[in-house]
Design a protein around this ligand. Structure first.
Ligand code: ADP
Ligand code: MG
Length: 339
């Protein structure tokens, strides 16, 4: 029998990888915002139209790229952020897989403007379905603007699977929150269908939380602070009397990255035991800092699931820290249990 195995062409491989990285417009938003942050931006604009289906654009004032880097950035496994396997154990950046732009360009129409501080002119690059359409020299401010249109134009099944503009916008807003809450030192503007829906000035963490969720939040927050050999915990819990019946404001960040952790969530829930009803959820914004070598971020392409070396110790520290904060602020049980 003849040999039948062949290597897939790059654009097919990119399209397959894109399926994992880009589930919906919000995934594009996350990747573009993270790239802007990694580029050292101090000002980031997010512009979306029709729930991201018509347009997702991120404009930053970060480092920008040279003409060659602009092209290379859309190649798979092309990254400026790591250079060897050892770097994976000491990640300081959000990105490192070098596949977001390649994935996005495989399934959308991308328009990029970028310029570095050193160069007088920038580069304007157009890519559609992994194919470079044009690259021209252009006058553009320092930094990078990436506009993504016609998402999933070549994967009709995915395009049809998208929800209403309103639902997609909600997912985008969730991603925006997650990024904005962990970078209060960056100014953010978020425009939806031409109107500005978030204008977040540089602030501290507490101010940023109230800029995002409304000023009523300010008096609801109880600070949380702890430092041990294993972890540094900071942030806020929401006073038990403001606990909601729906999952509302629950945020864990590990090393400046939003993460999902049912296990650590349970630690907080158990610290709130007796203070909220069983059908209510505690609210929290908790920032955990651990040694980069004690956390594995590379277990899923979207990097929201992570693996801590010593989860059990973390659980115990978190639980007692939250309990301590609840106690210190004299949050006594106020509930009359009617059952
Ligand atoms: P990763 O972020 O994992 O490196 P990406 O595909 O997201 O992979 O980006 C590839 C490369 O393109 C980055 O490593 C970076 O060098 C460059 N890049 C992407 N976005 C920007 C940006 N907004 N500003 C400057 N450089 C960028
Ligand atoms: Mg990236």
């Amino acid at each position: 029998m003849a040999d039948i195995i062949k290597l897939l062409p790059d654009h097919v491989a990119n399209q397959i990888a894109a399926g994992e990285v880009v589930q919906r417009p919000a995934s594009v938003v996350k990747e573009l915002l993270e790239n802007a942050i990694d580029a050292g931006a101090t000002l980031i604009k997010l512009i979306v139209k029709d729930g991201g289906k018509a347009l997702i654009q991120v404009v930053d004032n970060g480092l920008g790229m040279s003409e060659t880097d602009a092209r290379l950035s859309f190649e798979r496994h092309a990254t400026s952020k790591i250079s060897n396997a050892q770097d994976l154990f000491n990640l300081q950046t959000k990105g490192f897989r070098g596949e977001a732009l390649a994935s996005i360009a495989a399934i959308a129409h991308v328009d990029m403007l970028t310029r570095t501080e050193q160069l007088e002119v920038g580069s304007h690059l157009k890519i559609e379905g992994s194919k470079i359409i044009s690259q021209e020299v252009v006058a553009t401010p320092k930094g990078t603007s990436i506009a993504v249109k016609n998402l999933f134009f070549n994967i009709p099944a995915r395009r049809n699977f998208l929800k209403s503009n309103l639902v997609e916008l909600r997912h985008i807003t969730d991603e925006f929150h997650r990024v904005a809450l962990v970078h209060p030192n960056i100014e953010f503007h978020f425009y939806n269908n031409g109107s500005e829906i978030f204008n977040l000035p540089v602030a501290n963490h507490r101010q940023r939380i109230s800029h995002v969720f409304g000023s009523r939040m300010k008096e609801r927050l109880v600070p949380v602070e702890e430092e041990t050999e294993v972890v540094r915990i900071s942030g806020f819990i929401i006073k038990p009397e403001f606990a909601k019946k729906s999952r509302g404001e629950q945020f864990f960040f590990a090393n400046n990255r939003f993460i999902k952790s049912p296990y650590l969530h349970h630690a907080v829930v158990s610290a709130f035991e007796g203070l909220i009803k069983s059908d209510q959820y505690p609210g929290y914004f908790l920032y955990l800092d651990v040694d980069p070598s004690s956390i594995d971020i590379n277990i899923h392409p979207t990097k929201t699931e992570v693996k801590f070396d010593d989860e059990h110790t973390l659980y115990a520290i978190l639980r007692s820290t939250v309990k301590h904060s609840l106690g210190q602020f004299n949050v006594a049980p106020v509930l009359d249990f009617e059952h």
